[in-house]
Design a protein around this ligand. Structure first.
Ligand code: HEC
Length: 477
């Protein structure tokens, strides 16, 4: 069945969707004119019918020819295509016939011929409806019209109630069916819109197990047990801008977790009947699997905080703070979390007292390079949502650090170039979420850093270039 089709034919075929609107317009218009002109008041419109029918049938023939060329490109469901094709041909033939009869009837008035003409016109309109409907199904999928139909109407129309496509929430991960609960939903949400019974892009259909394993134009897309050799895995791992990347550029891409899970499934032999507990899982796969149960499973506490929502700050407050040298900006384009930078030349003595107005929203605070002292830092304990704090090159000492002990969400702390010592940073030992601490150019020693890291295993202490970094030593272990 495969035969070479010239590029020029395919090029012309692409004009089908453009041209097809002409016969629809002309032929519907001809029918309306014909109907209306049968009323005495509008009988002069009758003269126009012949011309409009001629234009309609010529453009219908053109649309049918171009449609035939488009079909050579393949990728359309067989059955829908046949119905569409033949109803399209029906439109062309019926409209040409109607035109000829209209011409023939011009000067004669035979009731029989008029009835034949009207019958042909009716057939033409019906064929037009069928061709249009199936054409729409070919391009948009057969559920295009009904996809968003409310459930009430669906019942009336005899359709089953809407099913939630894609992921059902997984509660018991060990018992979950690897294919049905994890792999197939990924295909359903990201692939089958183009690889199904109606649209077979690349001759590939992914909506049933058999067709998935059969593969596409280039043969099987899955080599059981060998993800590296599987066309499907190769394609999802290509750079997004690459022509062969799947899903194609502009479509919602696969998350890195989904990619890993598909790879895992193929490497496990692409089984259809196994449960999660029956397959080997690396740590990385386990953490990808965990996100199916809880989307926030792999987020740090700070990321979870930022993923939650908070009320916005009044713009009045924002402008007022701006006047005092506080640059307030949203942390991201979603949510209302704020970061504050303080202009260096401004006095910071009572600044934190003023900032209390935005303390629930404030999550990043940059006091770096300012004259902040231990005393000015005191109100910091009333900023529970701080995740990042810059205090580099300020005047704070160990005493100031004791104020930070309650900042449970703090993840990043920069103390570069301050007078803090080993004793000072020990006061941070309750900050379970601290992962980055910068103490270059301070009195902190390697031993002091090591001590703190023993209490806080997720912490990296950055001592800088002069002293051997504890962080590096930890990594090489
Ligand atoms: C927007 C439509 C679209 C979506 C969505 C899409 N694809 Fe495709 N796919 C295509 C087109 C078009 C081709 C044929 C052109 C080509 O080979 O790149 C194709 C071809 C393929 C092929 C090669 C088939 C062969 O044998 O030549 C594979 C494998 C594939 N897709 C996998 C996927 C996977 C996996 C997903 C979901 C993650 C996906 N596709 C989602 C449009 C799509």
């Amino acid at each position: 069945m495969e035969q070479e089709v010239s590029d020029f034919v395919l090029f012309l075929g692409r004009f089908h969707p453009l041209i097809l609107h002409l016969p629809i317009g002309f032929l519907v218009m001809a029918t309306i004119l014909e109907g209306v002109s049968r009323l005495k008041r509008f009988d002069e419109y009758n003269k126009a019918v012949e011309l409009v029918l001629l234009l309609g049938s010529l453009s219908a023939v053109a649309a049918a020819l171009l449609g035939y060329m488009l079909a050579q490109a393949g990728g359309y469901g067989e059955q829908l295509l046949i119905i569409h094709q033949w109803s399209g041909v029906g439109v062309a033939v019926a409209s040409a016939g109607a035109y000829l009869l209209k011409r023939y009837n011009r000067n004669r008035s035979s009731a029989l011929m008029d009835r034949a003409y009207l019958s042909l016109l009716t057939i033409m309109v019906i064929a037009l409806g069928i061709a249009g409907h199936y054409g729409g199904s070919l391009t948009h999928g057969s559920d295009y019209l009904t996809q968003y139909m409310p459930n009430g109407l669906r019942t009336v129309a005899g359709l089953p109630p809407k099913e939630e496509k894609g992921f059902k929430k997984i509660t018991n991960l060990e018992e979950a069916a690897v294919y049905n609960d994890i792999i197939d939903p990924i295909f359903e949400t990201r692939c089958t819109s183009c690889h199904n019974q109606n649209k077979k892009k690349g001759e590939l259909q992914m909506h049933t197990r058999q067709l998935l394993m059969k593969g596409g134009e280039g043969g099987p897309i899955i080599v059981e047990g060998e993800a590296d050799k599987s066309e499907m895995i190769k394609r999802i791992n290509l750079p997004e801008a690459h022509d062969d990347h799947m899903p194609p550029e502009g479509k919602r891409p696969l998350t890195s977790e989904y990619k890993k899970l598909l790879e895992w499934w193929v490497n496990s032999g692409a089984p259809f009947e196994k449960r999660v507990s029956e397959l080997k899982r690396s740590k990385e796969i386990q953490s990808a699997l965990n996100t199916l149960v809880d989307p926030q499973a792999n987020m740090s506490p700070a990321e979870k905080l930022l993923a939650s929502d908070i009320d916005p700050v009044e713009s009045k407050v924002q402008t007022e703070l701006q006047k005092h040298g506080v640059d307030l900006r949203p942390v991201s384009d979603r949510g209302h979390w704020l970061q504050a930078d303080i202009k260096k030349e401004h006095s910071v003595d009572s600044l934190l007292v003023m900032l209390k107005k935005v303390s629930p929203q404030l999550t990043w605070l940059d006091l770096g390079e300012t004259t902040t002292t231990d005393k000015a830092l005191q109100p910091i304990r009333e900023f529970p949502n701080l995740t990042r704090l810059h205090l580099q090159n300020t005047r704070i000492t160990d005493k100031g650090l004791s104020e930070l002990a309650g900042l449970a969400n703090l993840e990043y702390l920069n103390l570069y170039g301050t007078a803090v010592t080993d004793a000072g940073i020990q006061q941070l030992e309750k900050l379970d979420n601290l992962t980055k601490l910068f103490v270059w150019r301070t009195q902190v020693t390697q031993e002091g850093a090591q001590d703190l890291q023993e209490t806080l295993p997720n912490l990296k202490v950055y001592l800088g270039a002069e002293k051997k970094s504890v962080a590096l030593e930890n990594d090489s272990k």
